[in-house]
Design a protein around this ligand. Structure first.
Ligand SMILES: Nc1ncnc2c1ncn2[C@@H]1O[C@H](COP(=O)(O)OP(=O)(O)OP(=O)(O)O)[C@@H](O)[C@H]1O
Length: 228
């Protein structure tokens, strides 16, 4: 069953690694423009859920539906193409290419999608302005701070106008001030482009930027409507 108006849903997901049951009947849904935080203790299955939703990991059982398509029915090539065209990703660290400048990093997914260099760099520059890191266009990732690097990564993830932004502990390596700055900018930018956000975090302070929280425990998920 797909909840009405949902963009991405998962039903009855199971995933086992050897003797470890990472997912044990997890459910999920997100609407366009909605920010959903996936919370829960370490090892509870949060990242596995995100990887399944993004088509990176194939669940052993269960259905994932994105925009009316069952991900399991797509070929690997079609799933990769969907990830490039419709999904954006922000991870905890290590996602920027160290040899490229920040501008080239932000322009990279646009270039991979076939945009010409000038057009890609103009879009990249606009996103860097939005994330207030446009003074770093010529720097390499090793020359910027952790918070600046994460804002560059958010600019890169949003530059292709994804319909779903997957963020796995995007502030995990930052101090609280920088973490809040990244979260404010990430959620504001995603809401203004009507992108859905799947945000994995174990920090309540970070989850507070979401519209809804899902708690994962022992591979099962539970919806927690926030009353606020
Ligand atoms: N590729 C893998 N190979 C083997 N076991 C894995 C793999 N990925 C995850 N697991 C196991 O599955 C369980 C769930 O892992 P997962 O990374 O989804 O949890 P998590 O909630 O994201 O944890 P954390 O908050 O610590 O990042 C853990 O016991 C983990 O060790």
């Amino acid at each position: 069953m797909t909840p009405a108006g949902s963009l991405l849903t998962a039903h009855g997901l199971h995933k086992t690694y050897g003797a470890t049951k990472a997912l044990n009947g997890a459910e999920f849904s997100v609407h366009p423009g909605e920010v959903v935080a996936v919370m829960g203790p370490s090892g509870s299955g949060k990242s596995t859920l995100l990887h399944c939703l993004a088509g990176i990991v194939t669940p052993d059982e269960g259905d994932i539906t994105y925009s009316g398509q069952n991900l399991a029915t797509l070929s690997d090539a079609a799933r990769s193409a969907l990830r490039r065209s419709d999904f954006g990703f922000v991870f905890q660290f290590g996602q920027l290419v160290p040899e490229l400048t920040c501008l080239e990093n932000v322009a990279l997914p646009l270039r991979l999608n076939g945009a010409r260099r000038k057009a890609a760099e103009a879009t990249a520059r606009a996103w860097m302005e939005r994330l207030e890191v446009d003074d770093l266009t010529g720097q390499r990732p090793g020359e910027v701070s952790g918070g600046q690097g994460q804002r560059v990564a958010v600019a890169r993830a949003l530059a292709t106008s994804p319909r779903v932004l997957f963020a796995d502990e995007p502030t995990g390596a930052l101090d609280s001030l920088n973490g809040e700055r990244v979260m404010e900018m990430l959620t504001e930018a995603a809401r203004s482009t009507h992108a859905a956000v799947v945000l994995v975090t174990h920090e309540a302070r970070v989850a507070a930027y979401s519209d809804r929280e899902i708690i994962v425990r022992d591979g099962r998920s539970r919806d927690m409507e926030r009353i606020a």
